[in-house]
Design a protein around this ligand. Structure first.
Ligand code: SF4
Length: 383
C-alpha cells in the first residue's frame, strides 16, 4: 500500500515581518516598527546567499512573498529582494509568484512594478465587506479602500487575485458573511480563502474572548454551510478545506504545502521542509533583531530543527490530504474502511475525499484514520 507525496515540487517562501498595525486576532510574526526595514532586506539577501549552494540544481516552481504585510515595502525594496532571489536560485519556466497585500498599502505604482517583476498573483487581506466587522478585527482599511485596491490590481494587469475572508466573529450574522462572499465575487476575484476566527494565545482577541461570547459550534456549522452553498452557486470549487477557486486559479504554492511537497522559507519565523538527505523541518525564530544580527555576522539565523520521523510523516500526510479535493488514494481509503467501517459516513461514496460532515471534523478524523491503519504502518510505502 502506498501513500506517496502528491507534490514533487519545491516552493520558496519569503516572510516580510512588518505591519502598519496589529490586528486583534493575529498570531503571525510581525512588528509595527518599520525602522529596521533596510537592515532586514540586507539580512534576507545574506540568507539567500547562505542557501544558494545547497539548492543549486533544484528548480523552484513557486515564490510566495508573505508576512506581515509585504505591500508595505516600497517598489524598489521589492525589486531588490526579487533581483536577489532570481540571482540566487533557479526556477521552472513561468513560476507562480504571489505577493500578499493589504488594501490600504496598494497603489498603482506598486502594482505596476510587481507585474514588471513577474509577480502574477496577489493575495489581498480584505477579511470582510462590512466596515463594522473590519473595525472589530482591528483592520485599518474600510470597504471602499478594499474595492479600490481590487480595481488598481486589475488595472495593473492582475487576473489572479485571492481575497481572504474571516467568519465567526462575535455578533456576525450568517447573512453578513454571505454578503461579503458575494461582494468579493462581484469584483471578478477568482480565488477566495475563508478562515474561521480563532482565538490564539498572546493576541488581543485572547484577552477580549474572556469578556465576550464567541459563536458556538452550531453557529459555526451554519457559516460553513452558507459558505459552501454560496461559493458553489457563484462558480467557485472547494479544493482545500478553506480554499475556493474558479477553474484554473488554484494556488500552486499552497498545493505544495497541502500535497506534502518541499519548501524553503527565508525571513524570521519562516519554515522549511526537505525530504533529503532525511526528512527535516526547520523554522527561523520569530525574532527580527536576532535574525539581522546573525546574518550581518555571516551566520544562519537562530532556528529550530526537527527530524520528521516516518510515523509523523504518515500522520501529516493523512492530516493534509483529507483536507484537499484529492483526498486519500482509493486503495488506502478501502483499507481504512475495512478496519473501521464507522468512518465510511464521512467520505464521499466512491472516493477517498471527505464529504461536508467529514470536513467539519477533519483533524479528529485524521487521528482516527491513523489509528485504524496503525498496525499496518510498516507496510505503507511513503516516497
Ligand atoms: S495585517 Fe495580517 S499579518 Fe499584519 S497584523 Fe493583520 S493579520 Fe497579522
Amino acid at each position: 500500500m502506498k501513500l506517496p507525496a502528491y507534490s514533487k515540487s519545491i516552493g520558496l517562501y519569503i516572510h516580510i515581518p512588518f505591519c502598519r498595525s496589529k490586528c486583534i486576532y493575529c498570531a503571525f510574526y510581525s512588528i509595527t516598527d518599520t525602522n529596521p526595514t533596510e537592515d532586514f532586506i540586507k539580512a534576507l539577501k545574506r540568507e539567500a546567499d547562505l542557501y544558494r549552494e545547497q539548492f543549486q540544481g533544484r528548480k523552484f516552481s513557486t515564490i510566495y512573498i508573505g508576512g506581515g504585510t509585504p505591500s508595505i515595502l516600497e517598489p524598489d525594496q521589492i525589486s531588490e529582494i526579487m533581483e536577489k532571489i532570481f540571482e540566487s536560485f533557479e526556477f521552472e519556466d513561468s513560476p507562480e509568484i504571489t505577493i500578499e497585500a493589504n488594501p490600504e498599502s496598494v497603489d498603482l505604482e506598486k502594482a505596476v512594478v510587481w507585474r514588471k517583476l513577474g509577480i502574477n498573483r496577489v493575495s489581498l487581506g480584505v477579511q470582510s465587506a462590512n466596515d463594522e466587522e473590519l473595525k472589530f478585527l482591528g483592520r485599518i482599511h474600510d470597504i471602499k479602500t478594499a474595492s479600490r485596491a481590487i480595481e488598481i490590481l486589475k488595472k495593473a494587469g492582475f487576473s489572479n487575485i485571492n481575497v481572504d475572508l474571516i467568519f465567526g466573529m462575535p455578533g456576525q450574522s450568517v447573512e453578513s458573511f454571505k454578503k461579503s462572499i458575494e461582494w468579493v465575487a462581484e469584483r471578478g476575484v477568482n480565488h477566495i480563502s475563508t478562515y474561521s476566527l480563532t482565538v490564539e494565545r498572546g493576541t488581543k482577541l485572547f484577552e477580549l474572548s474572556k469578556r465576550i461570547r464567541m459563536p458556538d459550534e452550531e453557529t459555526i456549522v451554519k457559516f460553513y454551510r452558507i459558505r459552501d452553498e454560496t461559493l458553489k452557486r457563484l462558480g467557485f470549487r472547494r479544493y482545500e478545506i478553506s480554499n475556493f477557486a474558479r477553474p484554473g486559479f488554484e494556488s500552486s504554492h499552497n498545493r505544495i504545502y497541502w500535497f506534502h511537497g518541499e519548501y524553503l522559507g527565508l525571513g524570521p519565523s519562516a519554515a522549511s521542509f526537505l525530504y533529503k538527505p532525511q526528512s527535516i523541518r526547520w523554522q527561523n525564530r520569530s525574532n527580527l533583531r536576532a535574525y539581522i544580527k546573525n546574518l550581518h555576522a555571516g551566520k544562519f539565523p537562530p532556528l529550530e530543527k526537527d527530524v520528521v520521523s516516518r510515523d509523523k510523516l504518515l500522520l501529516e500526510r493523512i492530516f493534509l490530504y483529507i483536507r484537499t479535493d484529492r483526498g486519500l488514494p482509493g486503495e488506502f481509503k478501502k483499507i481504512v474502511i475495512e478496519r473501521t467501517p464507522e468512518l465510511s459516513r464521512f467520505f464521499e461514496d466512491s472516493s477517498g475525499k471527505l464529504n461536508f460532515e467529514g470536513m467539519l471534523i477533519a483533524d479528529t478524523l485524521a487521528l482516527q484514520i491513523y489509528e485504524a491503519i496503525e498496525p499496518l504502518v510498516d507496510e505503507i510505502e511513503l516516497d
